[in-house]
Design a protein around this ligand. Structure first.
Ligand SMILES: [Zn+2]
Ligand SMILES: [Zn+2]
Length: 402
């Protein structure tokens, strides 16, 4: 609080006056120096956000926003600071979490890390606990200092998967539940597509589309959007014609997953598996793919240094033929989706020592396979009958709702 009789303008008033002169000054800067000055402006914006976060923390604790009639700090920010709900929530998360992360606070105040990096760290702290982030704060900040926000988001997510696996799986399951695809009726000669896919579904679609999008020829005047649209129609047309996707560089297109043996065995301290183009994925998802490998694997450092173990089919062709002859289609709750839609699921996962042999295998469709690995269902065979059981204890939806 300013002492009474102090007539000096506040730092904020001085700052506003200085900012008013900024465009004129910037217009005089040499072209060769402009880049550096623009970086300086961005750093100042970060420093302003840091100062704002400090003030917001106090405002949050005092509850003074209620005096304005707002029901929450987020509401107040939307109203008074003209922020969207998401942007307001992000500021509040930063204000609340950074109090417990002194190194991040310092890097934020000096403009050494970007605002989006700080927001990612705060969000991670909110999910897994600030104390957990604090244990590895230095290494996370080091990564933040060298990576763009997109790559740093991968690092932050891998960290979350490692330290709070159950919450990460619950989040992946919530994301999966939000998937949808809407295809409109024809209007003005056009059909409108709209939808959401979870990370794995999106990676699968992109891999298939990429396979149908060779580098454009010199006389190909289609836009990237048009080429993608054509590839998607082609993707739909091929199975209707009975033709296949074909190969890229002599191989069928496939997802690439990197996972250590510890991850596939489900050891609690194992590093998260990585899906190429996506980043960290739950170990259950990696285990499902490993159950009937239709993906490429890099099993940790040793293989990274030698070679990739390529998409080998885990179930040999004769065993698969016997499996299809016995089960015909998906065996879960008389689902019956055809064998061509199905994976061979190991009743005792091979990562836990189960054999790749008929008595330990079941034909299950993609949806049911996901339920068995990621959603806690179990499948048994008793006296020749299949028994699928829902999770006695649901996968914890404990992580706070978005
Ligand atoms: Zn399986
Ligand atoms: Zn099924």
């Amino acid at each position: 609080m300013a002492a009474s009789g102090d007539r000096r303008p506040s730092p904020l008033a001085q700052l506003k006056a200085l900012i008013g002169g900024l465009p004129a000054w910037l217009s005089e800067v040499d072209d060769s120096d402009l880049g550096e000055e623009l970086v300086g402006i961005r750093e100042s914006v970060v420093q302003l956000e840091a100062a704002f976060a400090g003030g917001l923390r106090r405002f949050d604790k005092s509850g003074e926003y209620k005096a304005d009639g707002a029901v929450s700090l987020i509401d107040w920010l939307r109203w008074k600071a003209k922020l969207s709900g998401g942007a307001a929530m992000e500021r509040v998360t930063i204000a609340r979490q950074l109090e417990q992360l002194p190194q991040t606070l310092q890097a934020f105040a000096s403009g050494d890390v970007g605002y989006q990096h700080v927001a990612l760290l705060a969000r991670t702290a909110e999910k897994v606990g600030a104390a957990t982030v604090k244990d590895e704060e230095a290494s996370l900040l080091k990564a933040a200092g060298t990576m763009d926000p997109g790559r740093f988001a991968d690092v932050a997510r891998a960290f979350e998967y490692r330290v709070d696996h159950a919450a990460a799986l619950a989040e992946a399951n919530r994301a999966f539940a939000r998937r949808y695809l809407h295809i409109s009726d024809v209007k003005d000669g056009l059909v409108h597509l709209e939808g959401l896919l979870d990370a794995e579904g999106g990676a699968t679609l992109k891999t298939a589309l990429d396979a149908l999008m060779p580098p454009p020829k010199i006389d190909d005047d289609r836009t990237p959007g048009q080429r993608r649209a054509d590839a998607m129609v082609e993707l739909a047309r091929r199975p209707l014609d009975g033709s296949k996707l074909g190969t890229v560089g002599g191989q069928r297109p496939h997802l690439v997953i990197t996972a250590s043996a510890e991850t596939l065995a489900g050891l609690p301290s194992a590093p998260p598996a990585q899906l190429e183009g996506v980043g960290a994925i739950p170990m259950e998802t990696a285990q499902r793919h490993a159950c009937d490998a239709s993906v490429s694997w890099l099993l940790g450092q040793a293989e990274l240094e030698s070679e990739t173990s390529h998409a080998h089919q885990r179930i040999p062709a004769p065993t698969r033929r016997a499996l299809v002859a016995r089960d015909h289609g998906c065996v879960v709750n008389h689902c019956g989706r055809p064998a061509s839609w199905c994976d061979g699921h190991h009743l005792t996962w091979w990562t836990r020592g189960g054999k790749t042999a008929l008595p330990n295998l079941a034909l299950v469709c993609g949806r049911h396979h996901r339920m068995l690995h990621e959603e806690g269902w179990t499948l048994e065979r008793r006296d020749g009958r299949w028994l699928a059981k829902p999770p006695s204890q649901r996968v914890p939806a404990n992580a706070r709702s978005a």
